[in-house]
Design a binder for this molecule. Structure first.
Ligand code: PMP
Length: 415
């Protein structure tokens, strides 16, 4: 590795062990410097949901650059920003009956989480935020303080004084409802629970190992928030923008979060863009309370507009993802029962995990897949879950081809 990437800090995490230098990408394929092609089952951890170098977005961006469109607009109103906001309202919010103020909190997901935590604390005048076991919300100190995987926090000097972990949906197995446990904790005065300002939750924990929250459980968490005067923050940074099928992952649960964080595939083209969506009554920022230089990158607005208009004006993409999701899960279940491999398949949409229980197995299977030109990554508390996350636009044949490779890899590793 050292010879390939000598100058980059070891802190880089994802796909670090892949001994290749990549040059180009098209749709669901990546090409390495030596011309070899790799099938993408990772989608930049959810940042490339529409595939690499989508033609519609590329053209929109090239036209914008060609016309000397503003790149960095600071807080000025640019026509790209206004067009993005209006497109987001027309294509995403209005059809769903949603009413939110949109904040540009900084370039990446973790900035959106920081803004969400800060505004919730300000609104409620309280500090404590509840988060869930195995949650992942980002790498800045506030977001890391509500990240459940202890190894992610280790050594980073994180203060947990204003955040408390509570068990996620299914944490103690299918027979115990952890939302009821949480209610008991909040309502039992001897539990010593200081009243929280908010609960932050992912509907499907991505980095935590594709742990899927039950829709009823999410509904109960929402009710708990209403009963206990807490704001509900849904972090849809990885599960959102169609990864589970619908644009927002929480739509099928029928909940209405007070704050929503969206990033990763929002810009559609891999260019950084993050938003914090805040119910209008909670948009009480004073000027300067949460700003930064790179908020609202106009190139990202341009590709985001093209993505929203091209992919979300109808429900074709969502339907296709849901259809193929069933097929992927069915095939993975088949492979697992055929090999007698002790593993569990779980997930929604194209956000599927194979829990191999052991880190070594997951790692070996991912490495074997890479040898056969399939890119996928691992997640989970112990990196024990193989993530199956193809771009949402992947043709059926390519998905089958990737699953063939995965099947072969499982056989090779287990034999
Ligand atoms: N929240 C969730 C649910 C995520 O999956 C991630 C990124 N993996 C983040 C927040 C942080 O986003 P970023 O890496 O863009 O800061």
């Amino acid at each position: 590795m050292e010879t390939i990437n000598r100058l980059e800090s070891e802190v880089r995490g994802y796909v670090r062990s892949f001994p290749k230098v990549f040059s180009t990408g098209k749709a669901n394929w990546l090409t390495a410097e030596d011309g070899t092609q790799y099938l993408d089952f990772f989608s930049g951890a959810g940042a490339i949901n529409y595939g690499h170098n989508d033609d519609v977005m590329k053209k929109a961006l090239l036209d914008y650059i060609e016309s000397d469109g503003i790149t960095h607009g600071l807080d000025m109103a640019t026509d790209a920003k206004i067009r993005f906001l209006e497109t987001f309202e027309d294509v995403i919010m209005k059809p769903r009956g949603m009413d939110y103020k949109i904040q540009f909190p900084g370039p990446t997901g973790t900035n959106a989480v920081e803004a969400a935590l800060k505004i919730a604390r300000k609104v409620k005048g309280r500090d404590r935020v509840l988060f869930f076991t195995n949650a992942y919300h980002g790498m800045t100190l506030g977001a890391l303080a509500v990240t459940g995987n202890a190894s992610k926090r280790a050594g980073a000097g994180v203060c947990l004084c204003h955040s408390s972990p509570v068990p996620f949906s299914g944490y103690f197995g299918p027979d115990r409802d952890t939302a009821d446990d949480l209610r008991m904790l909040l309502e039992n005065s001897s539990s010593g629970y200081e009243k929280p300002a908010a609960i932050i939750v992912e509907t499907v924990q991505g980095e935590g190992g594709i742990n899927v929250a039950d829709f009823d459980w999410l509904k109960k968490i929402e009710t708990l928030c209403r009963d206990h005067d807490m704001l509900l923050i849904v972090d849809d940074i990885q599960a959102g923008v169609g990864r589970t099928g619908p644009f927002f992952s929480f739509e099928p649960a029928g909940i209405s979060p007070d704050i929503i964080t969206v990033s990763k595939s929002l810009s559609g083209y891999g260019t950084p863009l993050a938003i914090t969506m805040i119910k209008p009554e909670y948009d009480i920022w004073e000027p300067g309370e949460h700003n930064g230089t790179f908020r609202g990158f106009n190139h990202a607005f341009i590709t985001a507009i093209a993505a929203l208009e091209h992919y979300w004006k109808d429900d074709k993409l969502e339907k296709n993802v849901l259809r193929m999701s069933d097929r992927i899960k069915e095939r993975l279940d088949g492979i697992i029962s055929q090999t007698g491999f002790k593993a569990e398949v779980r997930g929604r949409g194209f956000f599927i995990g194979i829990d191999c229980e052991q880190h070594e197995l997951a790692d070996e299977i991912a490495a074997e897949c890479f040898k056969h030109h399939l890119i996928l990554e691992t997640a989970g508390a112990d990196d024990n879950v193989i993530k199956v996350m193809p771009p949402l636009i992947s043709p059926d044949d390519d998905i089958e081809k990737g699953l063939d490779t995965l099947e072969q890899a499982i056989h090779t590793v287990l034999d």
